[in-house]
Design a protein around this ligand. Structure first.
Ligand code: SF4
Ligand code: SF4
Length: 343
């Protein structure tokens, strides 16, 4: 049996959720030509659940820029001492209105950032945010996926539940809700949903890309060494980097120290992107990925070969943002299909 909440009660639900921490939900970015992004919800702010967000909620586990630690040097009678203080984020976060592909992307990132700290390693800041997070996903019911979506390439498609705590399904007059995790049933405001015997609505299906054999094929010399192929396939790309910044699973970052004088400073982390020329420039000036062809070969190889081989997850969930938002019309599916057909 599902649970039902009327549309007019959604602001009340969000107000209740906000008593427990920050609530981030899709909202129109002012003066942006109707762009929708995840933004901190405040009473009176309209939640936009029927359009795709341009940026994913990835920044809630991996912010665009963050302080990792502060450090300072002190001169003592014994010499110079260094003090280090880690920046540990705190506070509960609710992501409200993620799509199934964005919720699944968190699980894909977990495979790298949230490993077991007892046996391997785990990213302190990522772990702190992820451990205290509830994800309420809006289901892609019939008619809501678009031509850029290709999550049906994976077994569960739009019915994917990994990464979600609660899934809400739009129905006439409101939303049916399904709790996926224990956290989902404990989420603040769950008591606002009434029992309902309405059936869950039919989900949409999307375009399908066949990844069969790609993990191995992308690293075979025939495909990997054919730079003319990568040049042809990526000839429209201008290296702007949107496809990486907008992607829910791209996680490249840069770490640098911001000094405040010469005795103290902060170590910071900011998003970076493998599509940028400077990303791989070495201290000598040599760049092992000097052309867009080199960088696209790496982008596809990382997402569909190296990461699955090393972490057990494909570094893509078929959200379609890189296709919808590319200023020059590059479609990652065309390149994947061409690589799959490469002799
Ligand atoms: S968004 Fe398009 S043009 Fe920009 S880096 Fe990605 S593929 Fe290239
Ligand atoms: S590569 Fe493109 S389709 Fe895949 S998750 Fe990233 S933005 Fe979405």
């Amino acid at each position: 049996m599902g649970r039902f909440i009327a549309s007019e009660n959604i602001p009340v639900l969000l107000t209740r959720l906000a008593t427990d921490g920050a609530v981030w939900a899709p909202a129109e970015l002012p003066d942006s030509g109707e762009s929708v992004v995840f933004a901190p919800w405040q009473p009176g702010r309209e939640v936009v659940l029927d359009r795709f967000t341009q940026m994913s909620p990835k920044e809630l586990v991996l912010p665009m820029s963050e302080r990792l630690l502060s450090f300072s040097y002190t001169l003592t009678m014994e010499g110079e001492e260094m003090e280090v203080e880690s920046a540990i984020p705190g506070g509960h976060t609710v992501i409200f209105g993620a799509r199934a592909c964005d919720a699944k992307a968190l699980v894909v990132l977990d495979a790298l950032f949230h490993q077991d700290p007892e046996t391997t390693w785990s990213d302190t800041q990522y772990r702190a945010r992820r451990d205290d997070m509830t994800v309420v996903t809006i289901a892609c019911v019939k008619g809501t996926a678009d031509a850029a979506c290709f999550c049906s390439s994976w077994e569960n498609g739009t019915a994917e539940k990994a990464g979600s705590d609660v899934i809400i399904y739009p129905v006439p007059g409101g939303f049916l809700a399904e709790a996926v995790t224990i956290r989902g049933t404990e989420v603040t405001g769950w008591d606002m949903f009434d029992d309902s015997d309405q059936p869950l609505p039919e989900l949409d299906t999307t375009d399908v890309v066949d990844f069969d054999g790609l993990v191995e094929k992308l690293v075979t010399p025939g495909v990997f060494s054919d730079l003319d192929f990568w040049g042809r396939e990526s000839h429209k790309c201008i290296s702007c980097g949107y496809c990486t910044y907008g992607c829910p699973t791209c996680y490249c970052f840069n770490i640098y120290d911001e000094m405040q004088g010469d005795r103290q400073g902060e170590r910071c982390r900011s998003w970076d992107a493998c599509m940028f020329y400077n990303y791989t420039v070495e201290t000598s000036g040599h760049n092992p990925r000097p052309t867009i062809a080199h960088r696209w070969r790496n982008r596809l190889g990382h997402k569909f070969s190296y990461y699955p081989a090393n972490q057990g997850e494909t570094l893509c969930t078929g959200c379609g943002r890189c296709i919808r938002g590319c200023p020059t019309g590059v479609d990652i599916r065309d390149i994947l299909r061409a690589a799959g057909e490469h002799e």
